[in-house]
Design a binder for this molecule. Structure first.
Ligand code: PMP
Length: 417
């Protein structure tokens, strides 16, 4: 087709899209492309070192024995594995999830667990059952971009609570609550990532946990605890889950994405019983049930593989990458840069020197063959323009070092303008 012809097709396509504009539900106004996702296409070019995405590194998975186990599963239990299941999730897996949660001090009943299509689905379901348009969700600033996406899809308003080196600040939380309440708004829950925060790379100090829970309980605010990285402490350390300290007021989200395989899309939500029942109803209308095969693969994996050993392998792998990143930052970054020093998880949060706008700088960085996620995507209120998230989970230590060197050059060039 000639250029002219393809232009015409494009114009027609635009007109068709436009024709739908006034049909969309109001809530779609909050469904905007995440800055992080918009980056993926450029960041995935092989010559670009991507410190942007949060993809787990699956290189250490025992693929051959997994393949054997999956084919055994199909032969032995195929009729069930390839069939619909319940929206609640496969019972055996729900029991095993309770065993996994015990590692972080949670004692739970399998009835109160619902399996989800990754914890992303749980974020969506929890928001769906709690939030009307205009309701307020409190969240750390910065916060997880996928959660912000769910909140805005349901037209909830996010009010950020500042963090410091010890995580969510209790005084900041009190202030935010009284400000929101005096504006006559309804707070539905506090969304928090206590361990190895994405994107901040910070862990909520243990001595703050009871205080945060007490504030929320006192003010009648539910806590939504999102904990996909909790088992990825680099020294094997774990922290007491908020859920373990206040089971009746905490909805807990877990995931196999970071400790096993993200592509299987198996996560879970543990909720007080009545909330869990409501969630199952919401999930039924969204997906009928989570994929049975994937749940049974996870269940078999937990039964037949040394999954705790695999988590140790992941811890070691990510610790090496974190070390590579911190070492390179120390070596290359110009004065005026500051960054967090995570002791688990996937991310470092960096603040660039005054005068740098990380979103505006990104094209220059990509030209210099490095990508990062600019900070504004992690705030609902436009903050974060001097910040960036640097992920060390996926590239090799050598690539990380090279990427940080390129990024340092980019920042230096930007400052010289
Ligand atoms: N919460 C946080 C804090 C995350 O970092 C992620 C993944 N990046 C998720 C939830 C979603 O994880 P999944 O849907 O793969 O379980």
């Amino acid at each position: 087709m000639s250029d002219h012809g393809s232009q015409e097709v494009e114009n027609t396509h635009e007109r068709v899209l436009d024709a739908h504009l006034d049909r969309y539900a109001q809530r779609t106004a909050g469904m905007t492309a995440s800055e992080v996702r918009a980056l993926f296409a450029v960041a995935n070019r092989p010559e670009v070192v991507s410190l942007a995405g949060g993809m787990p590194n699956l290189a250490a998975l025992p693929l051959d024995s997994l393949a054997d186990e999956i084919s055994r599963l199909i032969v032995e239990e195929g009729q069930q594995a390839l069939q619909y299941g319940s929206a609640h999730g496969v019972p055996r897996l729900r029991e095993q999830i309770c065993e996994v949660m015990q590692l972080e001090g949670i004692s739970a009943h399998a009835d109160d667990v619902m399996v989800t299509v990754g914890s992303q689905m749980a974020l969506d379901m929890v928001t769906r059952i709690f939030c009307d348009p205009g309701d307020v969700v409190l969240a750390e600033g910065p916060s997880y971009v996928g959660a912000l996406g769910s909140f805005s899809a349901y037209q909830a308003e996010v009010v950020h609570v500042a963090m410091d080196d010890e995580g969510l600040n209790p005084d900041g939380l009190r202030e935010a609550i009284s400000k929101v309440r005096s504006a006559g708004k309804n707070i539905k829950f506090l969304y928090t990532i206590p361990n190895f925060h994405n994107p901040a790379g910070i862990t909520l100090a243990v001595h703050r946990r009871a205080e945060i829970l007490e504030i929320c309980r006192h003010h009648g605010i539910l806590v939504l605890e999102d904990n996909p990285y909790g088992l990825l402490g680099f020294d094997g350390q774990t922290y007491p889950a908020l859920r373990s300290q206040d089971p009746d007021n905490v909805v807990y989200l877990g995931s196999f994405s970071k400790v096993f395989a993200s592509g299987l899309r198996v996560g879970w939500v543990l909720a007080p019983h009545a909330v869990r029942e409501k969630l199952v109803l919401a999930a039924e209308s969204a997906t009928l049930c989570p994929p049975t095969l994937n749940q049974m693969i996870v269940s078999r994996y937990l039964e037949t593989h040394d999954w705790k050993g695999q988590i140790k392998t992941y811890q070691e792998q990510y610790r090496q990458r974190r070390d590579a990143m911190l070492g390179a930052l120390e070596q290359h970054m110009p004065p005026g840069c500051d960054w967090t020093r995570p002791d688990g998880g996937f991310m470092v949060w960096m603040t660039a020197p005054e005068g740098v706008d990380t979103k505006a700088m990104l094209p220059r960085a990509v030209t210099q063959r490095v990508a990062y996620a600019s900070g504004t995507g992690f705030y609902a209120d436009g903050l974060g323009s001097r910040q960036m998230r640097l992920s060390f989970c996926y590239p090799t230590p050598e690539r990380i070092q090279e990427g940080v060197r390129r990024l340092a050059n980019t920042i230096t060039d930007e400052l010289d303008l």
